[in-house]
Write a protein of this length. Structure first.
Length: 263
């Protein structure tokens, strides 16, 4: 299901809305509005160029108390905090991405809360930090957010599928091990990349906790295949509070949940 098919509006009273989550994709954004009981009441999907106009509507209609923004786009680099020097920001991407294509983009740096690791990433130049009348939101990268959630709530392999990509991170008792994102066009692509990661890191899949959320591309089929290799598989996202009137299972909104749990 495309993000446009996940939109719904269950807001009875705009005064009940207190929290906004925004996830930025390559050319679009997905947002969720939560009420004071932490229930997801409205979602929407728009092209990125509409962000300023939609932000004006948020200002007009809601009295937001919390705004959080995630960027799920490339490029990104994870770096030991002791190795980071601001003047060499672009240098860290050499050989990984042609940063000349990103002239004028904002340079952002996230810091893991549980480990001395920084996430370096770029953002579209027209994104404004002031996303509501009085609240500022500096976007964090999805990899940072997933690592934070992975560390705080569910240590193990955390896998999120959305927008044709699978995002995988691993935090265990040794700390942050990896994050990467891969194209996920086929139902079994997720399994392939998980097995590749486990093989490269010497992980025994039989004893490795695996948490799966998002649009899992044919849930019952993928689940039945994954559990053959990862018997500790746990589907996540069902814990998200959403009114009954919604077009998809809760897990499909897991990117918004990651956004609100981070930071």
């Amino acid at each position: 299901m495309n993000k446009s098919g996940l939109a719904f509006d269950n807001i009875a009273d705009p005064k009940d809305i207190s929290e906004l989550s925004v996830v930025l994709y390559a050319d679009s954004f997905f947002y969720g509005l939560w009420d004071k009981t932490s229930t997801l009441k409205k979602t929407g999907y728009h092209p990125y160029v509409s962000l300023q106009g939609v932000s004006t509507l948020w200002d007009h209609q809601y009295n937001l108390e919390t705004v959080k923004v995630l960027s799920a786009v490339k490029p990104y680099v994870h770096l030991d905090a002791l190795d980071y020097e601001e003047e060499f920001f672009d240098v860290y991407f050499h050989g990984l991405y042609d940063v000349q294509k990103l002239s004028g983009y904002r340079k952002l740096v996230d810091q893991f809360s549980f480990q001395d690791i920084k996430t370096l990433h770029y953002l579209e130049p027209h994104f404004k930090k002031k996303i509501s009348k009085s609240l500022y939101a500096t976007p964090r990268h999805l990899s940072t957010a997933m690592a934070e959630v992975n560390h705080k709530y569910k240590k193990g392999l955390l896998c999120y599928i959305g927008q044709g990509m699978v995002h995988i991170t691993l935090v265990d008792n040794k700390g942050f091990r990896m994050y990467n994102q891969y194209p996920c066009a086929h139902k079994l692509d997720c399994l392939y990349f998980l097995l590749m990661i486990c093989q490269s890191l010497g992980i025994n899949t039989a004893s490795q906790p695996l948490f799966l959320g998002g649009d899992n591309l044919g849930k019952s089929f993928l689940e039945s295949e994954l559990v053959k290799y990862f018997p500790q598989l746990q589907l996540i996202g069902e814990e998200i509070k959403i009114d009954a009137d919604r077009p998809a299972p809760q897990s499909h909104y897991y990117d918004l949940q990651i956004c609100r749990l981070c930071g």
